[in-house]
Design a binder for this molecule. Structure first.
Ligand SMILES: [Zn+2]
Length: 442
């Protein structure tokens, strides 16, 4: 029996609620920076429980979202949310333009400041209609064509709401401040960069972040780290010319782009750790009889740490500029976004393991650490808290992952989410029990 199938009283108490919320979010996936309905629903639920909620422009203050989708896509998503929630929705107006996400706080007076981070965006994936795909069979498949919660962020939100409910119901017995950060646009390394700077996170004593799935087996990972990455857009600009009459007058941007792509995959790998490179898009659109004067690429590099990522990015820049020089075209390389690698607080990770054993997990249900060969923008928040004198840790609620992440058949078990709410509640209370002693600052 998987660890998450053994629910305690708190897990059982929130199971139906958590399942219903996850299914609702799963039916209504929204892409990065377009999480308008999602944010409004979260605000409503958390306000009803007695949390003080901040969202939209007042939350964002001077901060501005970056790497936004095209304006038409943002406006269409906003209009769809307003059509569903109605003109009178109290939350939507402040989010126009991509100011999504929210922070909910419960202040029980005195005590430490404990923060929990959840990401909320979905992916441009067409959900499987297969009858062996449980969201179809159980009637909660995505109602939006070409969009799906295919990474489990619907589950993360459900964990957060289940935790919120347990905290609110036990408020009289609790101390300190609880801050739940529902961060937008993780898939484009967006929200984490900005939420790391929010005043609501400053001075936090502890920050917990989590991802469900990932390891594809039922284990709790107490210390999960992520690799670093950078995403770039490249534009080559040449000179058009008649392809038959005088090709020698032209400067071929498409040829430079092609040479850059093959050279990027040929970058010598760093001996210090894993690295990755991938070109996801190449675009040029000319008639066959004209030497191409503009070509675009979008690519990413990754590295086991920030230094290896920077090595890959620097070599990529040299290779691209070399390809441009060969064809005598100009090139513009624009960084779109960046993921960091940042270590968890080691003592907090060890404390979480102790607490998991006390919560009823066996040694076989726990994996001490894992470096995920993917990236996460929660690392910006981890760094902010660790460098601010607090303790931050990223966990994995591991489980078998049907179909794999970012796949049309992706699925996770609902009991895992209720287990997660209850485990987080356990961590929150155990932290209070040792607040003020050496054990708190483990
Ligand atoms: Zn994810």
């Amino acid at each position: 029996m998987a660890y998450y199938d053994r629910l305690d009283e708190h897990g059982l108490a929130v199971l139906d609620y958590v399942r219903a919320r996850r299914h609702d979010f799963h039916r209504h996936p929204e892409l990065s920076w377009c999480e308008f309905r999602t944010t409004a629903v979260l605000c409503r639920e958390l306000a009803q429980m007695g949390f003080s909620v901040r969202w939209g422009r007042p939350l964002w203050g001077e901060l501005r979202p970056h790497n936004l989708p095209p304006r038409e896509q943002l406006d269409a998503a906003f209009a769809a949310a307003r059509a569903e929630l109605g003109e009178g929705d109290p939350y939507l107006a402040e989010m126009a333009g991509g100011f999504t996400g929210l922070v909910a706080e419960l202040d029980c007076g005195g005590g430490p400041h404990q923060a929990f981070r959840f990401d909320i965006d979905a992916l441009p994936v067409q959900e499987s209609g297969g009858c062996d795909h449980s969201p179809c069979g159980a009637g909660f498949a995505s109602v939006v064509d070409g969009r799906m919660h295919a990474c489990g962020h619907d589950g993360h939100m459900a964990v957060g709401l289940g935790l919120a409910r347990l905290l609110a119901e036990h408020k009289a017995a609790l101390k300190g401040r609880f801050t739940l950060l529902f961060q937008p646009a993780e898939e484009v390394a967006g929200g984490g960069v900005h939420f790391a700077r929010l005043p609501q996170l400053q001075g936090a004593d502890r920050l917990y972040s989590v991802h469900v799935g990932i390891v594809d087996r039922p284990v709790l990972v107490c210390d999960a780290t992520w690799i670093a990455g950078s995403v770039f857009e490249v534009v080559f600009r040449g000179r058009p010319a008649h392809a038959g009459n005088n090709p020698h007058y032209g400067r071929n941007a498409l040829l430079a782009a092609c040479q850059a792509v093959t050279a990027l995959y040929g970058i010598a790998r760093h001996g210090g750790g894993a690295s990755r490179v991938n070109v996801g898009a190449m675009h040029a659109d000319n008639p066959n009889n004209i030497i191409c004067d503009e070509a675009r690429l979008r690519f990413e590099v990754r590295g086991a740490d920030n230094g290896i990522r920077d090595y890959m990015a620097q070599r990529a820049r040299q290779v691209i500029e070399g390809a441009a020089a060969m064809q005598e075209v100009t090139v513009e390389i624009t960084p779109l976004t960046r993921f960091e690698n940042h270590p968890n607080h080691p003592a907090l990770a060890a404390w979480i393991k102790e607490q998991a054993l006390a919560f009823g997990l066996g040694a076989g249900d726990i994996q001490d650490s894992y470096q995920v060969p993917a990236s996460e923008d929660a690392t910006f928040m981890t760094r902010a808290v660790n460098e601010g004198g607090g303790q931050a840790c990223h966990l994995l609620f591991g489980c078998p992952v049907v179909g794999g992440h970012h796949n049309s058949r992706f699925d996770i078990p609902d009991p895992l989410l209720a287990w997660g709410s209850s485990f987080y509640f356990h961590l929150a209370r155990q932290a209070l029990a040792c607040w003020g002693s050496d054990q708190f600052k483990v």
